[in-house]
Every structure is written in C-alpha cells, then in structure tokens.
Design a protein around this ligand. Structure first.
Ligand SMILES: Cc1cc2nc3c(=O)[nH]c(=O)nc-3n(C[C@H](O)[C@H](O)[C@H](O)COP(=O)(O)OP(=O)(O)OC[C@H]3O[C@@H](n4cnc5c(N)ncnc54)[C@H](O)[C@@H]3O)c2cc1C
Length: 309
C-alpha cells in the first residue's frame, strides 16, 4: 500500500483529526465535490437531478461505529422516513446502510432487528436496501446477518470486497441464496495476509468475482452491482458478458456521486445501467478521507481549495 494511502487511512480513524479538521472551511468546501450536502433533501434533490439524466440512485446517511442504542434507533427511524420521502418523490432510489451505524458494535440482535425494520418497510414500498461491507473484523458477522435477512426478504443485498482473499469462498456461501451482491474493491486499511498484496491482484480478483456473480445471476435473477469507477475494468466485464452470450442488463454499474461524472452520463447514454450512490450527513470525516485515499491526487484538490481561500 502506498505511503500516502496508508497515512490517509490512518487519519480516517484518528479521533483528534476527526474532531478538528471538519472545522476548517477549506476542508468542508472540498467535501462538496463528493457530497451534495449534509441534509437528506440535498441528497434527494441530487437524486432528482440525476434522474433527469436517466441515472437512478442509492442514498446513504453517513455515520459508523455508533456507541449508544438510542442513536442506532434514531438512524433506523431516519431511514424509515427516507424510504417514505423517496416514495413520495417517485424516485428509483435505493438505500444503503452501514451495520455499525445500526448498533452492530452493541449487539447483533439489536442490529438485526433495526436493519430488518428498514428492509421490511423498503419491501412494502417496493424498494431495495444494500448493506455496506465495513472493515475485516465485521465481515463474518455482516454476512451472517445478511443471510438471516435474505431468508425472509429478497429486497436486500450485501457488499463484498475484491481485495479480501476470502471473498471467493464467501461467494460460495452467498450464491445458493440467490443473493443480490454489490462487488467493490474495498476501501479500508487491512492487515497484510488477508488482502491481495498488489492492486493488480485486487483488480484481477474483481474481474473473476464479477464473472462468478454474473454466471449465477443468469439463473437466479439476483441483482448485481459492479461498484467501481475503473472504466477499463467495466469494459472488460462488458466484453466478457457479451462473449459468454449473457445480457448486459444482468448488472448495473454503481458509482459514487461526484466521481467520474462524465463517465456516469456517457455510460447511461449508451444504454449501460448505471446507479449513483449519494452520501449525506454531518459525520463525513472518515468516509471523506477514505475517498481521498482512493486517489491521493485528490489531496491536491483540497490544498488548492486552501490556497484559493
Ligand atoms: C457504489 C459504491 C459502493 C461502495 N461501497 C463500499 C463498501 O460498502 N465497502 C467498501 O469497503 N468500499 C465501498 N466502496 C468503495 C470501493 O471499495 C473503492 O474504494 C472505490 O470504489 C475506489 O475503487 P475503484 O473500484 O473505483 O477503482 P480504482 O482502481 O481505485 O480507481 C479507478 C479509477 O477511478 C478513479 N477514482 C477512484 N476513486 C476515486 C476518488 N475517490 N476520487 C477520484 N477518482 C477516483 C481513479 O483515479 C481511477 O481512475 C464503494 C464504492 C462504490 C462505487
């Protein structure tokens, strides 16, 4: 892992930086590149704008590792309200949740029941809930919780990360459930030994896992999200899909708001299914630093903001 990436990922978990940096206006204004605003209405307005360009969305309320039960309940209530708002606006907009924002650090049972409330309500409204994958200590429990929900609901999907060596084996447990899966490369600092040591390997793993998912989706009808901004990789997957005689509609390319915007629009125009994940909320620091770590050149963007102030 590059030095800059390691340093940024370390910063994303540093309490002092989390408390101080968001107070600087130049940092706050740099964040707007990746986030339309802190309020749900900002996110839904952005979703509406994207819809006009033929792009459906996912919204997620930023936050992780909550330590009080009442906070986890408040997050669940918030998502129930968000689902109603999405319905009222008539948007094709899923929600994506982080389990540690729903009490995962407090109790599996609390987290399962809060997540289930959201999934059940989403189902009643014809909507879909994605479960994010957080860092490696949570992977087993996240997959377990997902499997429990999947037994009862088909409008729930889970994220898996191609940088983890274990993911291929994890898919063997998910595919028989006709599970909807979002595949991403992975955004956290992980100990050596459990992740591929070179990015090239993570990219290759992404391709192989995507093929495995798509072959299974062909018969299961599961929803597959190819969560990447790596256009060359998307094109490689598209050609493999075509040469295997599979339909391009088997998957949607999922990207983050503000990243590769022109590609999002271009892909949607040429008929690729694209969905954009929009984040909002005031607890954006660790999430934002992970976005910087994905492309350390982004740090120059922040510094440019500082100079221009
Ligand atoms: C919809 C969605 C959901 C996600 N959910 C999760 C999750 O639940 N758990 C998790 O661990 N990770 C999640 N991620 C993040 C993911 O793991 C990667 O860290 C992130 O997508 C960057 O990798 P990449 O696939 O775009 O490829 P890369 O090879 O890193 O990048 C490909 C191209 O995109 C550009 N790019 C990538 N990131 C940025 C950026 N931040 N700013 C500017 N340009 C950029 C690069 O410069 C490069 O040109 C999610 C990503 C997406 C798109």
């Amino acid at each position: 892992m590059g030095l800059m990436r390691s340093l940024l990922l370390w910063s994303s978990r540093n309490e002092t930086l989390r408390r101080t940096l968001p107070n600087f206006r130049f940092v706050r204004s740099a964040v707007t590149r990746f986030m339309p605003g802190e309020e749900i209405d900002d996110a839904l307005q952005a979703a509406q704008n994207l819809r006009e360009q033929g792009i459906p969305t996912i919204v997620t309320h930023l936050g992780e590792n909550l330590t009080h039960e009442h906070e986890a309940h408040a997050v669940a209530d918030h998502y129930l309200d968000v689902l109603d708002r999405i319905k009222r606006r008539g948007l094709d907009c899923h929600v994506s949740v982080k389990l540690t924002q729903l009490g995962f650090d407090l109790s599996d049972e609390l987290c399962r029941s809060l997540t289930e409330r959201i999934v059940r309500r989403a189902g009643e409204l014809g909507n879909m809930v994605w479960i994010d994958m957080e860092n490696s200590p949570y992977v087993d429990r996240t997959l377990e919780l997902f499997k429990q929900l999947r037994k009862k609901y088909d409008n729930v999907g889970v994220c898996v990360q191609s940088y983890l060596i274990r993911t291929d084996a994890d898919l063997n447990g998910l595919l028989p459930l006709a599970a909807s899966v979002r595949l991403v490369k992975g955004a956290y600092a992980e100990p050596p030994g459990i992740v591929f040591p070179m990015k090239r390997k993570t990219d290759e793993s992404f391709f192989l896992l995507s093929m495995k998912l798509l072959q299974a989706a062909r018969t299961s009808g599961a929803k597959i999200g190819i969560g990447t901004h790596d256009i060359a990789l998307v094109e490689r997957i598209q050609s493999a899909v075509a040469s295997e005689g599979m339909s391009g509609d088997l998957f949607e390319v999922q990207m983050l708001y503000g990243i590769k915007r022109e590609e999002q629009v271009r892909l949607a125009r040429v008929g690729v299914r694209v969905r954009v994940l929009i984040s909002y909320g005031s607890f954006w620091f660790p999430w934002y630093i992970r976005r910087l770590a994905e492309r350390p050149a982004n740090v120059w963007f922040v510094l440019k903001n500082l100079v221009s102030k």
